[in-house]
Structures are given as structure tokens and as C-alpha cells.
Design a protein around this ligand. Structure first.
Ligand code: PGA
Length: 252
């Protein structure tokens, strides 16, 4: 079965883009998108929480989608400093990233937490971008596919469908380092992810689910990565902070 999947290029701004610098980036991307009648891809920007409303206004009407970088797994309550998925939907988000390796490593988020967050996103009507990826030690030990399968099994809720979930494969050692796996290595992992989705959710859902690559994606390597059969776009950090480079990745 072959299904055409609409490419998605997502910019993860992380803790960057305060005030005017973030607004500038949003406006420049909106300008570029508005100059085109038809886009063969979806563009998503994920600014910090504090910028969501303003960036949402700046990109309104451009076709650019809005997403957040995290959400809490509960809908509301005594969770000081946290933001619920419903709150993100309320400010215009369509997407939320969950389980980014920086959240897993810096905030101790386990697969179970990531799964609860993805489920909360689904309940709020958001599309969850579920991140998975091996560390360098895991890769060197030859455990990449095992780690990927375990993370998938632990992080995807039963509410997972192609319409409400995107999976981002981000090797931890490739994030922000300028290093990437070979194209063959990326395709091997993506094909493995699609096989697991087929086993767990059926062929139709697996074929329709978009799988993103993330980790030092840039204007130079984006074209080759995008051309791999099971890569449906990218989750871009550093190169997503400048309109020219992010746009070049979208065009690749
Ligand atoms: P990078 O980050 O593109 O800067 O490597 C990707 C990510 O963390 O999502």
C-alpha cells in the first residue's frame, strides 16, 4: 500500500525567540508563505509559550501552523508552572511536541509521561509530535532499533492515529551537534518505525502517519533526507531560527 503523505517541516525554537527577534522571524516566514498560492508542504512553528499568541497573530492567514514545545498531562489543576494541552488549543495551537530528548533528559520525562502527554494532546484536539531517539552510547552498543521500538511501545497511547500523531526520530547525539546519521541509517530507523506502527495500529494508520527526522537538519542535507522513502519532513532546531535557512529547508 502506498499513501502520499503531506510533508511537514516544523521549527522547534526551544528557549529562543524572545520579543522582537521571535516576531521578526514569524513575520518573515509569513511573508514568504503568503507569496505562494500553493504549498506542497505544511510549515509549523513552535515558539516558546510566551510567544504563542503573538506569533499566532503574526502568521494568521499565511497557512503557517502553530505548535508548542510541551504540555502537561493533566487538563487543569494545581500544577504550578505548567501549561495544559487545552490551554495550547485555546491560544491557537494545532500541534504540540512531546517527549523531546531535552525534556526527557533535563526533566526526567519517561516514556509513560510522554504517553500521558500525547493522550492529553489528543483529548484537547491537538496533534502530538512524539519524539524518540537513541543516545550515542546506545547507538555504539548496536541498540538503536531496540531503543526505538521500546520508546515507541512506551510512548504511544492507544488514541494514536495518523491524523493526531506525528513521530519525530531525533538521534540524541545529532541534536545541535552538526552530526547526522547516514541516509541509510535514517531510512533504516524510519522503516523500522513504520513496521512497528503497522504491527500495533494497522497498515492504513502506519502508511498515513508522518515520520519526521530531526537532529542537525539544515539547508544542505534536507533535500537528501526528505528524499528517503520513509522521511516525511523534519523537526528543525538551530536552522529554524533564521527565516532564510528554515525556508531553504522547506524548499528542499
Ligand atoms: P537541531 O535540533 O536541529 O538544532 O539539531 C533539533 C531538535 O532538537 O528538535
Amino acid at each position: 500500500m502506498t499513501v502520499s503523505r503531506r510533508p511537514l517541516i516544523a521549527g522547534n525554537w526551544k528557549m529562543n525567540g524572545c520579543g522582537e527577534s521571535g516576531m521578526d522571524l514569524a513575520r518573515q516566514l509569513a511573508e514568504r508563505m503568503k507569496g505562494r498560492d500553493h504549498h506542497p508542504f505544511d510549515m509549523l512553528v513552535c515558539p516558546p509559550f510566551t510567544m504563542l499568541s503573538r506569533v499566532g497573530e503574526a502568521v494568521a492567514g499565511s497557512g503557517i501552523l502553530l505548535g508548542a514545545q510541551d504540555c502537561h498531562h493533566q487538563p487543569a489543576g494545581a500544577y504550578t508552572g505548567n501549561v495544559s494541552a487545552a490551554m495550547l488549543a485555546d491560544v491557537g495551537c494545532a500541534y504540540v511536541i512531546v517527549g523531546h530528548s531535552e525534556r526527557r533528559a533535563q526533566h526526567g520525562e519517561t516514556d509513560a509521561v510522554v504517553k500521558a502527554k500525547a493522550e492529553a494532546a489528543h483529548i484537547a484536539g491537538l496533534i502530538a509530535i512524539v519524539c524518540i531517539g537513541e543516545t550515542e552510547a546506545e547507538r555504539n552498543a548496536g541498540n538503536t532499533l531496540k531503543v526505538i521500538k521500546d520508546q515507541l511501545a512506551g510512548s504511544l497511547p492507544s488514541s494514536m492515529r495518523a491524523v493526531n500523531t506525528v513521530i519525530a526520530y531525533e538521534p540524541v547525539w545529532a541534536i545541535g551537534t552538526g552530526r547526522t546519521p547516514t541516509n541509510d541509517e535514517v531510512e533504516q530507523v524510519h522503516a523500522c518505525i513504520r513496521d512497528r506502527l503497522t504491527d500495533d495500529f494497522g497498515e492504513a494508520e502506519a502508511q498515513a502517519t508522518r515520520l519526521l527526522y530531526g537532529g542537525s537538519m539544515n539547508a544542505e542535507n534536507a533535500g537528501e533526507l526528505r528524499a528517503l522513502p520513509d522521511v516525511d519532513g523534519g523537526l528543525v532546531g538551530g536552522a529554524g531560527l533564521k527565516a532564510e535557512t528554515f525556508w531553504a529547508i522547506c524548499e528542499a
